[in-house]
Structure formats: structure tokens, C-alpha cells
Design a protein around this ligand. Structure first.
Ligand code: NAG
Ligand code: NAG
Ligand code: NAG
Ligand code: NAG
Ligand code: NAG
Length: 298
């Protein structure tokens, strides 16, 4: 009897799991982002991926958040909801300590419009050929930042980039500090520079040595105003219909509303909302089972 009871119980227990996870590893997940489909803002659908990997022969696992783009998955280092920014890191990119071949950084059109690299994220294109557009017709796309940083400094003080100086006879190969728009419109092959690195908080790097720069990218996102505040205040979680992508206010496992949760649907916190709606169904289920068992045993 007890195993039969459990079998009936199982689907109900699964329903009591939160519909929208609010963290991935140690990163808080909140609107407009989500790691479960149907949660967050529809425009940000499928942009984040929470994945757990196990070290080969141990039971130690790590859970990481990834930002998915057409050019690959980038590890999310942090999300700052107050300043509406997110920092990502590409492990296959060159930095002051590692030299790795370039590959393009590509965002989808939606990403490019909604969550592009912030203006203080700099792309440093290195070892550019003398024919590179950024040394010729598009020279103006290169800039000096924080007044005191130059390519020579990058080539001279980073172990990984010293090779460019060593391999050149007199003048080291050109480099260019530029913004995301340059790499958005010209692929690395067109730019004709063999390596690149990116770093953010460029306006705070005055006097900082390249070894101490923050490598990676900071993305700034916009927040669509879809009445999420109203849903949240009523105790719901903002989400959307996976078929129509129309916005929804998720009140509990059993109740979704278009705007806000009705008074009484949600008691206490969001966590309690699920058990609140599941309990009555469990009670009625056990009542039915009890009725059945008494019927059979009679
Ligand atoms: C409520 O919305 C969520 C997210 O789209 C969905 O997973 C769930 O099935 C919906 N529940 C109901 C009762 O419609
Ligand atoms: C993993 O496996 C290799 C070979 O099978 C072994 O030498 C190594 O000690 C193992 N590492 C751990 C952390 O168990
Ligand atoms: C999530 O990211 C991991 C790590 O890069 C990747 O292996 C996996 O395929 C991604 N999953 C999805 C559904 O995109
Ligand atoms: C620098 O670029 C040239 C081509 O412009 C290439 O032949 C050379 O291998 C590059 N240097 C390094 C260290 O990759
Ligand atoms: C950038 O800095 C370098 C070295 O400090 C200087 O030679 C160059 O003229 C500067 N370029 C611009 C556009 O200010």
C-alpha cells in the first residue's frame, strides 16, 4: 500500500519544485534573466545556461552559469542587478598571461541590441598586419584609453604578449584599442590581427599595470517594462508562455495569471506558495486513496 501511495504521490512532489530557479552556483538569477524556460523575460529566452560538471574521477561538481551566443558559451562571472550589467569571461581568449589564437565574438541581433558590451569594455586587437583596416582607412576606430596606456605597454609588460616584441626587429607590430562596434562589423579575419584580448572598467585603469586589468567583458542590459514589478509585488514570479511568449505572472505551480497574483493565491513567500497549493491536492488525494483502500478491504 505504501509504495502504491508513493507512486501516486510522485508527480505531486515533482510539482512542488520551484518553477523558476533563483540561483545558479553562487550567482543570483532574477528578472529579466532565467535558467528555466518560461521564466524571466521572453526577450532573454535561452540566453543563460546553468550547467553542472563533474570532475573526471571525483564526485566534486561545479555549477556554472553560461551566456550563450552564436560564437559560443561564455562563463558568467557576476550579474549586477543594480547597475544592470553582467561580466563574462571567455576561457579561450588571450590575456596578459595566456596567448591563444583569436576567434570571433558574435552576438545575435537581439543580444547586440539588448545586451551589448558596455562602453568601458575595450577590445585590444594585437599583431595587426600593416594592411589591417584599423591601421588604414578605419584608423579612427582605434583610441587611447585612460591616457596612459599603449600597445607598447601591453606588449612589454604581459608575459603572453612579449613574443610580439621579441619576433619583431625594430618596431613591434601594431595594435588597436577599440570598441565592440568594430568587431561587430568586421570579423577578425577582416581586421587582420592575429590576437585579441578584452577587458572592462577601462575608465578605472589609470595607472594600473596590464597584469591587474579585469579581463573579460562587461555587458549592459536594458530592462523591458512589462509590468514585472506589479507581479512581483503580488508575490508572483515573472515569466512567459512558452508557446506564445506572452508575459505571465507565475503565482504557484497551479496558477498563472496575466498580470498579478490574486490575493489569497499566494500566502507568505514564493516558496510557500507552491506547498500551499500542493497541500490541498495531496490531502484530497490521500482522502481518495483512503476511500479506495477501505472499499477494497471491506
Ligand atoms: C505557468 O507558467 C509556467 C511557465 O511558463 C509553466 O511552466 C506552467 O506550466 C504554467 N502553469 C499553468 C497552470 O499554466
Ligand atoms: C584520478 O584517476 C587517476 C588515474 O585513474 C589517478 O592517478 C588520480 O589519483 C585520480 N585522482 C583523484 C583525485 O582521485
Ligand atoms: C551549456 O553550457 C555548457 C558549457 O559550455 C555546454 O557544454 C552546454 O552544451 C550548454 N547547454 C545548452 C543547452 O546550451
Ligand atoms: C603576427 O602576425 C603575423 C602575420 O601578420 C604572423 O605571421 C605571426 O605568426 C604573428 N605572430 C604570432 C606570435 O602569432
Ligand atoms: C596615443 O598614445 C600614444 C602613446 O602615448 C601617442 O603616441 C599617440 O599619439 C596617442 N594617440 C592619440 C590618438 O591620442
Amino acid at each position: 500500500m505504501s509504495s502504491l501511495f508513493l507512486l501516486f504521490l510522485l508527480p505531486f512532489l515533482c510539482h512542488s519544485l520551484p518553477l523558476c530557479r533563483n540561483s545558479c552556483g553562487n550567482i543570483e538569477i532574477d528578472y529579466p534573466f532565467a535558467v528555466d524556460d518560461g521564466c524571466g523575460a521572453p526577450l532573454y529566452r535561452n540566453m543563460l545556461n546553468c550547467s553542472t560538471t563533474f570532475a573526471t574521477n571525483t564526485t566534486i561538481s561545479t555549477t556554472d552559469l553560461f551566456f550563450e551566443t552564436p560564437s559560443g558559451s561564455y562563463k558568467v562571472e557576476s550579474i549586477d542587478y543594480a547597475s544592470k550589467s553582467l561580466t563574462i569571461y571567455d576561457p579561450s581568449m588571450s590575456t596578459c598571461t595566456i596567448l591563444q589564437p583569436h576567434h570571433d565574438f558574435v552576438l545575435s541581433d537581439v543580444q547586440s541590441a539588448l545586451i551589448p558590451p558596455s562602453p568601458d569594455t575595450v577590445f585590444a586587437l594585437m599583431n595587426c598586419s600593416i594592411d589591417s583596416p584599423v591601421l588604414n582607412h578605419y584608423k579612427s576606430l582605434c583610441f587611447n584609453f585612460s591616457d596612459d596606456h599603449s600597445c607598447d605597454e601591453l606588449y612589454g609588460s604581459c608575459t603572453s604578449f612579449k613574443i610580439f616584441q621579441m619576433l619583431s626587429n625594430d618596431t613591434p607590430p601594431a595594435c588597436c584599442f577599440t570598441s565592440y562596434n568594430t568587431v561587430k562589423f568586421m570579423s577578425m579575419n577582416i581586421l587582420d590581427c592575429t590576437h585579441y584580448t578584452t577587458f572592462y572598467d577601462a575608465d578605472k585603469l589609470k595607472g594600473e599595470k596590464p597584469l591587474d586589468w579585469s579581463y573579460g567583458m562587461k555587458l549592459s542590459y536594458g530592462l523591458p517594462d512589462t509590468g514585472c514589478d506589479r507581479c512581483r509585488k503580488s508575490g508572483g514570479t515573472c515569466g512567459f508562455d512558452v508557446e506564445t511568449e506572452g508575459t505571465l505572472c507565475i503565482c504557484s505551480a497551479a496558477v498563472n495569471s496575466s498580470r498579478e497574483c490574486a490575493a489569497g493565491t499566494v500566502e507568505g513567500g514564493i516558496g510557500e506558495a507552491h506547498t500551499g497549493s500542493v497541500l490541498p491536492s495531496l490531502l484530497s488525494l490521500s482522502t481518495i486513496l483512503f476511500a479506495f483502500s477501505t472499499f477494497f478491504f471491506l
